[in-house]
Design a protein around this ligand. Structure first.
Ligand SMILES: Nc1nc2c(ncn2[C@@H]2O[C@H](COP(=O)(O)OP(=O)(O)OP(=O)(O)O)[C@@H](O)[C@H]2O)c(=O)[nH]1
Ligand SMILES: [Mg+2]
Length: 219
């Protein structure tokens, strides 16, 4: 184990500036496996890019849009201040993913990036945790179930994060968490806690930051 690997990651990391380092349009363009990667997956428009921006408190970092299909590559974000040369690697990377399900883009392109999402999720050694985002208004859909099954099969640790909780009644949140937990309780790779967030209102972000830090530290 070198000095870098023994560095303990803390939530202070989220108060630094973060930068975009690479957009990956196909598996062969992935960076060499190194720092732990934490990925954000979910249906198009569920709020993946917005959640990354909210986590690092930088509105324009990941591009967001009302039109589903905004993110079309695996976009890598890391804390600033690491050269990436030699042992000076960032302690972790957040990976924003294209959405699955539907998108305002030609079918060929959508098929291409859906394949990229699935290949990355099942085949990346340094992928430490996947946050699967579920819109609080819609709950788990068939396409989400497909992704959860893939992650179970590949034994990739994942946790469900409800998004856009500001769009439902406050009283509905605990009920939705409970319903979602019931749906995933038999899934072997699912973390048995469901997080509820609103990027818009800044809710649930500290819990998610703490969870990410634990995952990146290998916990
Ligand atoms: N009300 C509300 N709107 C949100 C929230 N998070 C995201 N949105 C909106 O939802 C839309 C989609 O957000 P994105 O972050 O671009 O979603 P995405 O999952 O990255 O979408 P793709 O890259 O297209 O797959 C945007 O119009 C956001 O402003 C939230 O917490 N509350
Ligand atoms: Mg996006």
């Amino acid at each position: 184990m070198n000095a870098l690997n023994s560095t303990v990651i803390t939530t202070d990391l989220f108060t630094r500036g973060w930068i975009f380092i690479r957009g990956v349009p196909a598996m062969k363009f992935l960076p060499p496996e190194g720092p732990p990667e934490i990925a954000f997956a979910g249906r198009s428009n569920v709020g993946k890019s917005s959640l990354i921006n909210a986590l690092v408190n930088q509105k324009g970092l990941a591009r967001t849009s009302n039109t589903p299909g905004r993110t079309q590559e695996l976009n890598y974000f890391v804390p600033d201040g690491f050269s990436g040369e030699g042992a000076d690697l960032p302690p972790m990377a957040l990976v924003d993913m294209p959405g699955y399900g539907y998108a305002t883009a030609p079918k060929e392109k959508v098929d291409e990036w859906t394949k990229l999402v699935f290949d990355y999720l099942k085949g990346r050694v340094t992928l430490k945790r996947v946050y699967v985002l579920i819109d609080a208004r819609h709950g788990i859909k068939a396409k989400d179930d497909e992704v959860l099954s893939l992650l179970d099969k590949a034994a990739v640790s994942y946790q469900i994060v409800l998004t856009k909780t500001d769009k439902i009644k406050v009283a509905g949140v605990p009920r939705l968490i409970e319903e979602t937990l019931q749906k995933i309780k038999k899934r072997p790779a699912a973390f048995p806690f469901v997080l509820a967030t609103s990027s818009e209102k800044g809710e649930g972000l500290e819990e998610l930051q703490a969870a990410i830090v634990l995952a990146a530290n290998g916990g």
